[in-house]
Design a protein around this ligand. Structure first.
Ligand code: DND
Length: 224
C-alpha cells in the first residue's frame, strides 16, 4: 500500500534481537497491518552501544533470518552488522532514506516504553525528522504515562495483544533449563539449542566472545 502521496511505506524494526522472540514479531506484523506497510525490514543492531555482553552479531542475524523467513512481508538487513562501529539508528535511517529516496516513507517500529528512550539515542531530533515512529503497547496500558506529547505527530501508538515476552527472560529460561517453546518460533529455539546459546552465566559472552561492555550504558533490561 502506498501513502497519500503515492510513496511506498517501509517499516523498520530495529533491535538487538538477543534473541528475537514472538513479541517482536507480533509488534512488526500488527504495525504492518495497521499502517498498511509494504514491507517490514528487520535490522539487527551490529554493536548496540547501550548494552553489554551481547551475543555475536552473526548469531543474532541468523536468528532474525530464521524467525522472519515465513512472512513474505518481512525481510532482514545486514546494514548495521556490516557497518561496524557503535550502532546509531540515525545512520541507518539516513542510509535507507538515501537508498529509497523520496519514493518511500520510513516508519521505525519500537516498543512503547522504549520510545521514550529515543531521547537518549544519538541525535533524537534528527531521528524524528528522518522517520515516523510507531510505538507498540499492550491494550489498556495507561498511555498518559508515556507522555508522548513532546514528539508531536512523529510518534503513533498502536496496541498489540499483551505479550510479556522479553529477550532477558528467554536467556534466563535457557540458562535455567526452562521451556522457551511458544515464546519464540521453533526455528529460533532449535538454533539456540544447536549453538548452545545462553547456557553460561549472563554476561559471559561479549560481541567478540569476551565479556567487555560495548560502550557506556546499562545492561539489557526486561523491556527487550
Ligand atoms: P533494543 O536493544 O531495545 O532491541 O534496540 C531497539 C532499537 O533501538 C535498535 O534498533 C537499536 O539500535 C536502537 N537504539 C538503541 C539505543 C541507542 C540508539 C539506537 C542510538 O541510535 O543511539 P530489543 O531487541 O531489545 O527490542 C527490539 C524492539 O522490540 C524494541 O523497540 C522493544 O521495545 C520491542 N519489544 C517488544 N515489543 C512488543 N512486545 C514485546 C517486546 N519486547 C521488546 N514483548
Amino acid at each position: 500500500m502506498t501513502d497519500e502521496s503515492g510513496r511506498r511505506r517501509l517499516g523498520i524494526m530495529g533491535g538487538t534481537f538477543d534473541p528475537i522472540h514472538n513479541g517482536h514479531l507480533v509488534a512488526a506484523e500488527e504495525a504492518r497491518w495497521q499502517f498498511g506497510l509494504d514491507e517490514v525490514v528487520f535490522v539487527p543492531a551490529g554493536r548496540p552501544w547501550q548494552k553489554r555482553d551481547v551475543t555475536p552479531a552473526e548469531d543474532r542475524y541468523l536468528l532474525t533470518m530464521l524467525a522472519t523467513a515465513r512472512n513474505p512481508h518481512f525481510s532482514v538487513s545486514r546494514l548495521e552488522i556490516d557497518r561496524g562501529g557503535p550502532t546509531y539508528t540515525l545512520e541507518t535511517l539516513r542510509a535507507l532514506r538515501d537508498f529509497h529516496g523520496a519514493d518511500a516513507e520510513l516508519l521505525f517500529i519500537t516498543g512503547a516504553d522504549a520510545v521514550l528512550e529515543i531521547l537518549t539515542w544519538k541525535d533524537p531530533e534528527a531521528l524524528l525528522d528522518t522517520a515516523r515512529f510507531i510505538a507498540a503497547t499492550r491494550p489498556e496500558y495507561d498511555l498518559g504515562r508515556l507522555d508522548l506529547g513532546r514528539f508531536g505527530d512523529r510518534v503513533s501508538v498502536i496496541q498489540i495483544p499483551a505479550l510479556a515476552i522479553s529477550s532477558t527472560d528467554i536467556r534466563r529460561r535457557v540458562r535455567e533449563g526452562r521451556p522457551i517453546q511458544y515464546l519464540v518460533p521453533p526455528e529460533v529455539a532449535a538454533y539456540i539449542d544447536e549453538r548452545q546459546l545462553y547456557r553460561g552465566p549472563e554476561g559471559a559472552g561479549g560481541q567478540d566472545g569476551s565479556s567487555k561492555p560495548s560502550g557506556a550504558g546499562q545492561e539489557a533490561g526486561d523491556g527487550d
